[in-house]
Design a protein around this ligand. Structure first.
Ligand code: DQA
Length: 147
């Protein structure tokens, strides 16, 4: 059994009402509930956090190792394209993670095509809606089982 962190960045608390054409109709609560259930089915425990504040995301990442987190599923929201600080925090505690984007960031504005995270992530799931979180969780479980 491993403990996994599902970490969502700014504005993802608005899921369900935020630009549903891009992000769908699921609320963040519904996503967290589904992922918590799936993690349990896969024999793991899920801890879910969301913040709109960069320093809170950095603090959560810094604390993750001490809290026994083995792997993270991360949607950094807009910080994907801006946050060297969050990238440095993840690198600083050597936390393996899978990057998730609900929308297809490559089919949107040019500034969304660059991620400060993708080159240090295990992998990326992009553009598959909120299903991407569950797919990432399954991939994390496979990776954890492989040691
Ligand atoms: C997002 C894509 C980002 O560009 C955007 O700023 C978000 C959500 C996604 O899940 O598609 O907030 O990370």
């Amino acid at each position: 059994m491993a403990r996994l962190l599902l970490l969502n960045g700014p504005n993802l608390n608005l899921l369900g009402t935020r630009e549903p054409n891009l992000y769908g109709a699921d609320t963040l609560d519904a996503v967290v509930e589904r992922c918590t259930r799936l993690a349990r089915e896969l024999g793991h425990e899920l801890v879910a956090r969301q913040s709109n504040a960069e320093h809170e995301l950095v603090d959560t990442v810094q604390a993750a190792r001490a809290q026994g987190i083995a792997m993270m599923i991360l949607n950094p929201g807009a910080f994907t394209h801006t946050s060297v600080a969050l990238r440095d925090a993840i690198a600083g505690v050597s936390l393996p993670f899978i990057e998730v984007h609900i929308s297809n960031v490559h089919a949107r504005e040019a500034f969304r095509r660059h991620s400060y995270f993708s080159d240090i992530a295990i992998g990326q799931i992009v553009g598959l809606g909120t299903l991407g979180y569950e797919l990432a969780l399954r991939a994390a479980a496979v990776r954890l089982a492989a040691g």
